[in-house]
Write a protein that binds this ligand. Sequence first.
Ligand code: C2O
Ligand code: CU
Length: 535
Amino acid sequence: VRQAGTGADAPLARVPGPHGTYTPVSAFQPRVPQGARVDHFTLTAEYRTLTLGGEPVRAMTFNGTAPGPLLVAHQGDVMEVTVQNRLSVPLTIHWHGIPVPGAEDGVPGVTQNPIPPGGSYTYEFVATEAGTYWYHSHEASFEEVGLGLYGAIVILPKHALYPAQRDYTLVLHEWPNASTAKAMMANLASGARDAGSNGGTMSEGMMNGAGTMGGMGMMGSAAQNSEGAWGSMQHVLPGPPLRTGTFAPTTDDYAALDEMAGMYGAFTVNQNADGTTLLPAKPGQLVRLRIVNSGNMTRLLTLVGAPFRVVALDGHDIANPGWLKGVLLPIGAAERYDVEFRVPPSGAAYLISADPDATARQELRAAIGDPGAWASFPGISAAAIAREPWFDFTDYGRGRLPGETVFRLNQAYQVRYNMKLTVGMSMNGMVYAINGRVFPNIPPIVVHKGDAVLVHIVNDSPYIHPMHLHGHDFQVLTRDGRPVQGSPIFLDTLNVFPGESYDIAFRADNPGLWMFHCHDLEHAASGMDVMVQYA
Ligand code: C2O
Ligand code: CU
């Protein structure tokens, strides 16, 4: 049995805000329901030294912890979140997966100015959709999220489709190792957020104009392989052409990859870097685990000791999910999986990490059940887990949710967009491209309100790209050319594996200027971002 820690092992404390009556604080707040309840939260960003895996780590935290407090609201409530910045660098907060109004989206330089050191800012939006979401800084996000500015959000449903007796939220994070963390802090402090040093997001590109774009330019953005409609676009910046098509890594590429693999230190579940996160429940009780991946890597998890089912993906309920056993769930960066199971008579079940890659970690993550039963946990090797195929939502579930509509492609106005994800090398390292270009030289997806927008995504690179759309959810229509059967699958982040292709569709129903980007934040900082713009 791994060492169980003390207080930090406890499930995240829920922070229900003090409730009040609604008073608008934002000029942009639309459609607030009459008599809505307001949940007020305060998030204070501050530096803390956390002990992770026995090592002190200088972190950026919300309210002194990473993850920050779990924000719980009821569907239909107004969420009012005051952010105080006690860091020496600016930040914003993005409400990942919640279809907030454009002005609340937290993208610096696009929807707001970043909150300066010493400043504060209040976000306000209606918790329209129940489900599991998360929040994180969107300023220099590779660094700021990596160093701790993230937390989970639960919006409790008016009517639960899958009511559980125990409901726990687990946030998975991978931390930069000490030297990477130091370099990240230094990057932030110097304000050098150009993409060439992996220190920038597209947002600074838009915000700071020339400086950052110059940085991007150094990396090269030639679109020799542009597709279709974009083929006639000008090459805005000079630079070496990207290598596209079949990827044949060179020794240098491998060196770059090794460097990336070596940059991580502790892996955490909530605040727990070592040992087991212990979650009490009684035999027979129905437990819901809300698993949030706030890191950049896909994590393979499974539940041992009881059959389980995935009742929601990215906050959206699944219709008639089947019971699974020994199936590995590939939980991509920024994705959320809600898993349900019944505590077995033996008293405990275990959520474990089980990466089939021999070099990867294999660690126990959480024990759920009767404290008396935990002691008998025998330890589980990855080999003991049946090698079922990875969770495949192409044919997941049967039937539909009551009242849920399937996306109609025969809508009058359609926008079709092809997104081909590739990687290339430049003089400064790896660049991550969409249609042969890197941000900000990728033309936006232009939509009108009411459009049905179909996006075809092909991953022609050797890396996983978790593609996240702000402000909307989308339906997954096909995977590798096969239609998705059974339950409609709605996501805000689609984890696209090498070689895969998807058709996804969303309704243009939330006017604004929205990002669509890879949530491997290093990839986002190195060019893999496009904007969705309402005409
Ligand atoms: Cu969770 Cu633009 O990100
Ligand atoms: Cu990516």
